[in-house]
Design a protein around this ligand. Structure first.
Ligand SMILES: O=P(O)(O)O[C@H]1O[C@H](CO)[C@@H](O)[C@H]1O
Ligand SMILES: Nc1nc2[nH]cnc2c(=O)[nH]1
Length: 310
C-alpha cells in the first residue's frame, strides 16, 4: 500500500473524521510547487506573530507568494466587520516571503493561522512541514503574548524556554493521527523543544544590543482563544509556572521539533493579563498590535543580529 493510501486507511479505520493531516507526499508536492516559483533556497524559517509582520522588512531581494496561491495553506478566516466587510485577523497578512538576511536564505511567514479561526490543528502546521521539505533547518517562532508573571512589563521580550500545551491535555496536538516516520518518531520528547544553543545566542546578543532591561526568559502557555483569559484562568496559569500566554506557537514548535528543526521562540509581551477580579483593565487586540508596532524595530534588530551570528 502506498503511504497516502495507508493514511486514508488509518483515517477510515480509526473513524477520525476530523483528522485533516497532509501526507508526506502531499507536503512534498506542495514544497516543490513553492520552490518552483522562487529562486531562494531557505535554511532559516521565521514565523511572525501578531503585529510583527514588519520583520519581513529585514529581508533583501524579496520574493512573495500569497498563502491563497499555495495548495492547502490556511488563509486567515478573519471576521465580518460592522460594515459587513470581511477582514483577515488584523496583523496576519498571509504572505510567504523569501529573501536574504546577512547572506543567509530565509523564508518568513507574514501571518499565521490559529485554532480559534476554526482550523484543525493539522492545517495550522502545514507551513512548518512545507518549510522542512524546502530545506529549513532552523526556525524562529515569534508571537504576541499576555504577561502572567507580575514582574513582566508591556514591551518585554521573552525568550521561550519551555511551553505549556493546555489544549494538549485534550489531545489537541498536531502529532495526533497516523505517524509517518519520515517526518519524525511516534513518541517524540518535548522537554527540549527550545534550543539551548539558540537561547544562549539570543540572550548574549540581546545584552550586547542593550536590551537587558526588557529581555526575559520564561514559559509560554498555549490556549485556544479567541476569548482572552478570565482572572481565575490567569491565576491558575501563574501557579502552574507560566510567564506569558497566547493562542499560537506551540503546534508549530511541536511539529518543527518532531521533524528535527532547531527552534527558537521569542514572545513579545504586548499586554499584562488581568489578575484582579475587580480590575477595570481588559485585554484587547488593539493594545497587542500597538505594542507590536512599538517594539517591531527591537524585534527586527534582535532576530537580524542573531541570524547574522549563525
Ligand atoms: O500568537 P500571535 O499570532 O502572535 O497572536 C496573539 O495575538 C492575538 C490576540 O491579540 C492572538 O492571535 C494571540 O495568539
Ligand atoms: N491568550 C492571550 N493571547 C494573547 N496575545 C496577546 N496578548 C494575549 C493575552 O493576553 N492572552
Amino acid at each position: 500500500m502506498a503511504t497516502s493510501e495507508v493514511n486514508v486507511f488509518c483515517r477510515q479505520m480509526s473513524g477520525m473524521t476530523s483528522y485533516e493531516g497532509y501526507s508526506y507526499e502531499d507536503v512534498s508536492r506542495i514544497a516543490k510547487s513553492v520552490l518552483d516559483r522562487v529562486k531562494c533556497r531557505p535554511h532559516i524559517g521565521i514565523i511572525c506573530g501578531s503585529g510583527l509582520g514588519g520583520l519581513a522588512n529585514m529581508l533583501e531581494d524579496k520574493e512573495v507568494i500569497l498563502y491563497e496561491d499555495i495548495e492547502g495553506f490556511p488563509v486567515s478566516t478573519g471576521h465580518i466587520n460592522l460594515e459587513h466587510t470581511w477582514k483577515p485577523v488584523p496583523g496576519h497578512a498571509g504572505q510567504l516571503v523569501f529573501g536574504w538576511l546577512h547572506g543567509k536564505q530565509v523564508v518568513l511567514m507574514k501571518g499565521r493561522a490559529h485554532l480559534y479561526e476554526g482550523y484543525d490543528v493539522h492545517k495550522i502546521i502545514l507551513p512548518v512541514r512545507v518549510m522542512k521539505l524546502m530545506g529549513v533547518k532552523m526556525l524562529f517562532v515569534t508571537n504576541a503574548s499576555g504577561g502572567i508573571n507580575p514582574d513582566y512589563n508591556v514591551g518585554d521580550i521573552m525568550i521561550i524556554k519551555d511551553h505549556f500545551n493546555m489544549p494538549g491535555f485534550a489531545a489537541v496536538n498536531p502529532l495526533v493521527g497516523p505517524n509517518d516516520d519520515r517526518f519524525g518518531p511516534r513518541f517524540p520528547p518535548a522537554s527540549q523543544c527550545y534550543s539551548l544553543r539558540l537561547r544562549k545566542i539570543v540572550r548574549s546578543i540581546g545584552e550586547k544590543l542593550g536590551m537587558s532591561g526588557y529581555l526575559r526568559e520564561g514559559v509560554y502557555c498555549f490556549l485556544g482563544g479567541p476569548s482572552f483569559e478570565t482572572v481565575t484562568e490567569c491565576r491558575f496559569l501563574k501557579v502552574a509556572g507560566v510567564d506569558a500566554t497566547g493562542m499560537s506557537t506551540v503546534p508549530e514548535v511541536l511539529v518543527a521539533g518532531h521533524c528535527g528543526i532547531e527552534v527558537c521562540g521569542i514572545s513579545l509581551v504586548t499586554n499584562k493579563c488581568v489578575m484582579e477580579y475587580d480590575s477595570k483593565q481588559v485585554a484587547n487586540h488593539e493594545e497587542v498590535l500597538e505594542t507590536g508596532e512599538k517594539r517591531a524595530h527591537d524585534m527586527q534588530k534582535l532576530i537580524s543580529a542573531v541570524v547574522g551570528e549563525l
